[in-house]
Write a protein that binds this ligand. Structure first.
Ligand code: MCA
Ligand code: AMP
Length: 489
C-alpha cells in the first residue's frame, strides 16, 4: 500500500502506462517492481544522491527513495567539479543511484554506487507489496539545491507533507487527473521537472512522457498524435515554440489540442503569451513557485487570459505583501508594491545544516520569498521584480551572481570579476561577466571563461557575454557598484 502514490498500490491497474522516456516505457506494475527492488537495497540509508539524467532511471530512483523513506538528493548530471564537491560535502549521501550505463565523474569516486535496474521491472506481473516510507509526514523526501545571492547553493529540505500538499493543490486548480498525459523536457534535478513533472503525474496515476531534451519536434509529436494532454515548460521553451508556430501547422495543432499549457520558473513575456494565443486559441497558464515553497499561486484555467499575472494563491497557501518597514499591505490596487510572503503546508522544512539561514528566511511562520509584487483588484498576483539584484534567472534556472564571481576569480587570468544579468529574448536574462584581466595585453578569451565556469559549476551558469574593464567601479568602502557598470542598472 502506498499512500503517497495510490496508483502503485495493489488495487490499481498495473498495466497502465506510468512513464515513457525515449526507448523506456514503464507501466505502474513495472514501476512498482523496479522501485520496490531498489527500495529494498537502499532501506535504512540516511540519504541517497540520484544521478538525475532525464530518463526512466531517475524516475525509478526517486520513487524508490520515497517508498524506502530515504531522502533523495538529485544531482545535475552536468554539474561541474566545484559544485559537485560542495553538494556531496554538504549532503553526505551514503550512495549514489545511477543508470547502469551512466559514467560518473571522479568527484563521485568516494560515494558507493547503486545501479538502478529497469529490468527488474519485467520480473513478474502480480501485485507488488510496497513499503510506504515513514508515517511521519514531516520526514524529508528530497533535498534540492538552490542558488542564493552569495556563496554556494543551499540544500532545501522538502518534506513528504510539502510535496503532497503542493501537488494536491495543483490537481485541484488544474483538474489534473489520472487521465492526463503530461509532456515535458524539464531537467529532473529541480522542483519544476522533478516534483511537478515526475511526482505530479505519478501521484495522480496519470502518465509522464519525458522528451529527454527539449525540441519543437518532440513537443509536436507527443502532444499531437502522441496523445499528450498537458505541457509543462519554462518561458524559454514557450518562446521557442512561439517562434516556430508561424510556419508549423503540426505544432499549432498540437498546442491547440492540448488540455493545459503551463509555464513557470520565470515570467513568460506578454508578447509570447499573445503569439501563442493568436496562433492556437489557447492561453498559457502561469503558476508561481519556488524551491523553498513549492507552488504558491496559479492562474485558473478557464478564467480568461491573464498575461502578466501568476494568478491567485493555491488552496492552503497564505500569501501577503509586506512593505520595507514590515507592515502588511492590504491594497488590491494593482499598484502598491511589496515583498511576497507565503505560509502553508507547501513550505520547506529548512536549509540543510543552516539554521541561521533558515531563521533569516522567515518572518514568524511567513517565508520571505524576495519576490516583489502587486495584487490586482481581483486578487491576482503580479510579480514586478526581485529584492536581490544578484539573483539571475536564465532559461528558468536561478543563478547567484556571487557563485559565478567566485568561480571566475579562481581563473588565473582574472584579477577582478562582477556578474550581472541583462535581458535576453530567449533566456529571459543572460549572464554577463565583467572582468578585469591580470594581463590586459593577454586576457583570457570569452570561450575560455565560459568553459571555466561550466566545468566548475554547470553549463547553464556560464557567462554568455564577457566584457573587459580596466577596473570595476567601487564605492569608498571598496564595494563593487554594479549599477555603475557601463550600460548596467
Ligand atoms: C554550451 N554547452 C556547453 C558550453 N557551451 N557545455 C559546456 N561548456 C560550455 N562552454 C552545451 C550545454 O551543456 C548544452 O548541451 C548545449 O550546449 C546548449 O546549452 P544552453 O544554451 O545552455 O542550453 P539550452 O539548450 O539553450 O537550454 C535552454 C533550456 C534550459 C532547455 C530552456 O535552460 C532548461 O532546461 N531550463 C529549465 C530550467 C528549470 O527547469 N528550472 C526550474 C528551476 P546539450 O544540448 O547537450 O544539453 S525553478 C523551479 O523549480 C521553481 C520551483 C519553479 O517555479 O519552477
Ligand atoms: P527557484 O528558486 O529556482 O525555485 O526559483 C524561484 C523563483 O522563480 C521565484 O522566486 C520567482 O522569482 C521565479 N518564478 C517562478 N515562477 C515564476 C513565474 N510564473 N513568473 C515569474 N517568476 C517566477
Amino acid at each position: 500500500m502506498s499512500a503517497f502514490f495510490p496508483a502503485l498500490t495493489a488495487g490499481a491497474d498495473p498495466g497502465r502506462i506510468a512513464v515513457r522516456c525515449g526507448a523506456d516505457t514503464l507501466t505502474y506494475g513495472d514501476l512498482a517492481r523496479a522501485a520496490r527492488a531498489l527500495a529494498d537495497r537502499i532501506a535504512g540509508a540516511d540519504r541517497v544522491a540520484v544521478w538525475a539524467t532525464p530518463g526512466a532511471h531517475t524516475v525509478v530512483a526517486v520513487v524508490a527513495a520515497l517508498l524506502a523513506g530515504v531522502p533523495a538528493v538529485p544531482l545535475n548530471p552536468r554539474t561541474g567539479e566545484r559544485e559537485l564537491a560542495h553538494v556531496l560535502g554538504d549532503s553526505a549521501p551514503s550512495a549514489v543511484l545511477a543508470g547502469p550505463d551512466d559514467v560518473l565523474p571522479a568527484g563521485l569516486d568516494g560515494v558507493p554506487r547503486t545501479d538502478v535496474d529497469l529490468t527488474s521491472a519485467g520480473a513478474g506481473s502480480g501485485p507488488v507489496p510496497l513499503p510506504d516510507g515513514p508515517d511521519d509526514p514531516e520526514a524529508p523526501a528530497l533535498v534540492v539545491y538552490t542558488s542564493g545571492t552569495t556563496g554556494p547553493p543551499k540544500g532545501v529540505l522538502l518534506s513528504r507533507r510539502a510535496v503532497a500538499a503542493s501537488l494536491d493543490a495543483l490537481a485541484g486548480a488544474w483538474s489534473w487527473t489520472a487521465d492526463d498525459v503530461l509532456v515535458h523536457a524539464l531537467p529532473l534535478f529541480h522542483v519544476h521537472g522533478l516534483v511537478l513533472g515526475v511526482l505530479g503525474p505519478l501521484r495522480r496515476g496519470g502518465e509522464l512522457r519525458h522528451l529527454g531534451a527539449f525540441s519543437v519536434e518532440g513537443v509536436t509529436r507527443e502532444l499531437g498524435a502522441g496523445g499528450g494532454t498537458m505541457l509543462f515548460g519554462v518561458p524559454t521553451m514557450y518562446h521557442r515554440l512561439a517562434d516556430a508556430l508561424a510556419g508549423d501547422p503540426a505544432l499549432t495543432g498540437a498546442l491547440a489540442g492540448a488540455r493545459l499549457l503551463v509555464s513557470g520558473s520565470a515570467a513568460l513575456p506578454v508578447h509570447d503569451h499573445e503569439r501563442i494565443t493568436a496562433a492556437t486559441g489557447r492561453t498559457v497558464v502561469e503558476r508561481y513557485g519556488m524551491t523553498e515553497t513549492l507552488m504558491n499561486t496559479s492562474v485558473l484555467p478557464g478564467g480568461g487570459p491573464r498575461p502578466g499575472t501568476v494568478g491567485v494563491p493555491l488552496a492552503g497557501v497564505g500569501l501577503r505583501l509586506v512593505d520595507d518597514d514590515g507592515s502588511v499591505l492590504g491594497a488590491y490596487d494593482g499598484e502598491t508594491v511589496g515583498e511576497v510572503q507565503v505560509r502553508g503546508p507547501n513550505l520547506f522544512s529548512g536549509y540543510l545544516g543552516r539554521p541561521e539561514a533558515t531563521a533569516a528566511a522567515f518572518d514568524g511562520d511567513w517565508f520571505r520569498t524576495g519576490d516583489m509584487a502587486v495584487r490586482d483588484p481581483d486578487g491576482a498576483v503580479r510579480l514586478v521584480g526581485r529584492r536581490a539584484t544578484d539573483l539571475i534567472k536564465s532559461g528558468g534556472y536561478k543563478i547567484g551572481a556571487g557563485e559565478i564571481e567566485n568561480a571566475l576569480l579562481d581563473h588565473p587570468g582574472v584579477l577582478e570579476a562582477a556578474v550581472t544579468g541583462e535581458p535576453d529574448p530567449d533566456l529571459g536574462e543572460r549572464i554577463v561577466a565583467w572582468v578585469v584581466p591580470v594581463d590586459p595585453g593577454n586576457p583570457p578569451t570569452d570561450a575560455e571563461l565560459a568553459a571555466h565556469v561550466a566545468e566548475a559549476l554547470a553549463p547553464h551558469k556560464r557567462p554568455r557575454v564577457v566584457r573587459h574593464l580596466d577596473a570595476l567601479p567601487r564605492n569608498d568602502m571598496g564595494k563593487i557598484l554594479k549599477k555603475a557598470l557601463p550600460g548596467a542598472g
